[in-house]
Ligand binder design. Structure first.
Ligand SMILES: Cc1ncc(COP(=O)(O)O)c(C=O)c1O
Length: 416
């Protein structure tokens, strides 16, 4: 398969040279598995709005926005101003801050399950904290996640560590597991829409999960690190279901690293240092003031109207992708949830799981998209929009994708 397209190679010598140096000092030449791509990882120079430029000056429309961690695009003026203002006063200190308190108030106001919040630095860390406090609250050890569930880098979610896994959206399987082993299970982690595919199980699944966990006093955790973008108070607001704990991360730091564990007063009070048996939880950069200041601005500007507009554009873009695939003669499942879009080339219809054929076709599509000026997530997973994408750019991206799909199809035929 021509995963090293000559056009790509001749356009990216600067990235190739940096990659050669990078592999000597970092395994695989980078520090995030999800950005690895053959033949070399692109080195980026800058971003603005919906565009990013690599070190060779190539411009890409970004459909990944750093793992969907930017809501208003790159270098969003009000956020960079808030950060710059804060920089002159220092970025972090031990002690509280006005920005941290105001940001906690904003989150408790928006997210239905958030009676109290605790800050950390990433989604992975928020998930780890959720596991810890659930174990303390229940006196049990086991964690449950779905087969497509991704909650970050904590090894407690790896199958090798004994996490129990149920198929995403399968309420019968979850109820069975809770019947059989409920008295060993501390928490069930669910994503309202999968970050792997952008597929959202029916609300019925979450209703049954809520009832079954409540009945067995198991903590229900919604991972809304990404799906918080889909609605003002997260997808729990839209579904009308309140989990015990919620994980937030990504864009909440306004472009800087920040993670949040939010939840019921009863559970979150385990972190309260005023109580004698509290959980010791510290972190030098927990809730650091520059990220809280940026988050206040970014979420403040993410109004119900802005969300509705972006979700409408995502629907349009998903439709364009579907038409482009049909036109290019390539089978591709396209799923959309809010402003998340999942692409599975080589898969006939939505609702199917990622397969190895689909992964190979996706890698080719991602490479072809780079040649056509589109930056997709290097590893298969949900793409997304930012509010910086206007209607014209949505149409333009549809055309880029069409050309990328035609190129992919040619490569697939050559490889066949
Ligand atoms: C749903 C979900 N949860 C948790 C995480 C982990 O967050 P972080 O990368 O900030 O550690 C991610 C990251 O992609 C995610 O998509």
């Amino acid at each position: 398969m021509p995963i090293s397209d000559p056009t790509f190679l001749s356009a990216t010598p600067g990235s190739a040279a940096l990659y050669e140096r990078a592999v000597r000092v970092m395994p695989g030449g980078d520090t995030r598995t999800c950005v690895y791509q053959p033949p070399h990882i692109l080195a980026m120079e800058r971003g603005s709005g919906s565009f990013i430029w690599d070190v060779d000056g190539n411009r890409y429309v970004d459909l990944y926005y750093n793992g969907l961690s930017l809501l208003h695009g790159h270098a969003y003026g009000p956020a960079t101003e808030a950060i710059a203002r804060q920089l002159s006063h220092g970025t972090a200190w031990a002690g509280s801050s006005r920005a941290q308190v105001e940001f906690a108030e904003l989150l408790c106001d928006r997210v239905p399950s958030a009676e109290l919040v605790r800050f950390c630095v990433s989604g992975s860390e928020a998930a780890m904290l959720a596991a810890k406090v659930s174990r303390r609250a229940t006196g049990r050890r086991l964690l449950v996640r779905t087969d497509t569930g991704y909650h970050g880098s904590y090894d407690g979610f790896d199958e090798a560590s004994g996490v129990l896994v149920v198929p995403d959206g399968d309420a019968d399987a979850l109820e069975r597991l809770l019947d059989e082993r409920g008295d060993e299970i501390a928490a069930v982690f669910l994503e309202p829409a999968s970050v792997a595919t952008a597929l959202a199980p029916p609300v019925e699944f979450f209703v049954r999960a809520r009832e079954a966990t409540r009945a067995r006093e198991v903590v229900l955790v919604f991972d809304e690190c990404i799906t918080f973008r889909n609605a003002w108070g997260g997808m729990q607001e839209t579904m009308g279901i309140t989990p015990d704990l919620t994980l937030l991360a990504k864009f909440v730091g306004g472009g800087l690293p920040l993670g949040v564990l939010a939840g019921s007063r009863e559970i979150m009070e385990h972190f309260d240092p005023r109580s004698p048996n509290h959980i010791y939880h510290s972190g030098s950069f927990n809730g650091y003031v520059a990220a809280c200041a940026a988050g206040l601005v970014v979420l403040g500007d993410y109004t119900r109207e802005a969300i509705a507009e972006m979700n409408r554009r995502a629907e349009r873009l998903a439709g364009l992708f579907q038409t482009a695939a049909a036109d290019a003669g390539l089978t591709m499942a396209v799923d959309v949830s809010g402003s998340m879009i999942g692409l599975q080339p080589g898969v006939a219809k939505a609702n199917q799981r990622i397969s190895s054929d689909s992964l190979e076709a996706y890698q080719l599509l991602q490479h072809a998209a780079l040649v056509e000026g589109l930056y997709l997530q290097p590893a298969e997973g949900a793409l997304g929009l930012a509010t910086s994408m206007d209607d014209d750019l949505v149409e333009e991206v549809g055309e880029h994708m069409h050309r990328a799909l035609v190129r992919t199809r040619t490569w697939l035929e050559q490889g066949a």
